[in-house]
Design a protein around this ligand. Structure first.
Ligand SMILES: CC(C)(COP(=O)(O)OP(=O)(O)OC[C@H]1O[C@@H](n2cnc3c(N)ncnc32)[C@H](O)[C@@H]1OP(=O)(O)O)[C@@H](O)C(=O)NCCC(=O)NCCS
Length: 141
């Protein structure tokens, strides 16, 4: 398979594809509205992965570009999985100049620990210090 073209240009994103994946196929955002997806994209550093101009991968970083980042909505569309594209995308995320030197870079994953392990993500070193307000079913109500 050819290598992934990666861009942070929001105008290149296939937003209908991202919306379809998140709202119908993701394990974390089923039911999310198009308006919320649009707002999230607009206010994040977004990474699109493309093959021959067609988007096949996505990741989004919520960040202050100085101290903290949270990696969310990482996916490769099903027919393109298993070819290293998620790894290519993560390399691009972690080498992005605006995301260097962050004190903390977080993510949450139910199933893909094996992928993120490779990039130095670990379980929280001090889980007792972390708190959250978490409403996992908010898009279904
Ligand atoms: C997780 C996901 C992004 C991986 O995409 P991919 O392009 O198939 O991944 P890659 O081919 O780059 O795999 C890279 C490595 O990560 C590992 N990996 C991939 N998916 C994994 C998973 N779900 N769990 C554990 N390890 C995984 C692979 O085994 C591979 O390692 P290896 O080469 O040593 O075998 C893709 O399966 C996906 O979109 N899943 C649904 C959405 C999702 O779960 N996103 C992550 C939520 S935070």
């Amino acid at each position: 398979m050819s290598s992934l073209q990666i861009s942070t240009n929001r105008t290149e994103l296939d937003v209908p594809l991202i919306y379809r994946f998140l709202s119908e196929q993701s394990t974390w955002a089923v039911g999310i509205s198009r308006a919320v997806v649009d707002r999230a994209i607009e206010n994040s550093l977004c990474f699109g992965g493309y093959l021959d101009g067609r988007q096949v991968a996505f990741a989004r970083v919520v960040t202050d570009f100085a101290t903290f980042g949270n990696l969310v909505d990482v996916f490769v569309i099903p027919e393109y999985r298993g070819h290293g594209y998620a790894e290519e995308l993560l390399k691009a995320v972690l080498s992005h100049p605006s995301l260097k030197g962050l004190r903390r870079f977080t993510l949450a994953t139910g199933t893909a620990h094996g992928l993120f392990d490779k990039f130095g993500f670990t379980p929280p070193q001090r889980p007792e210090t972390l708190m959250e307000r978490y409403f996992p079913n908010i898009y279904l109500s």
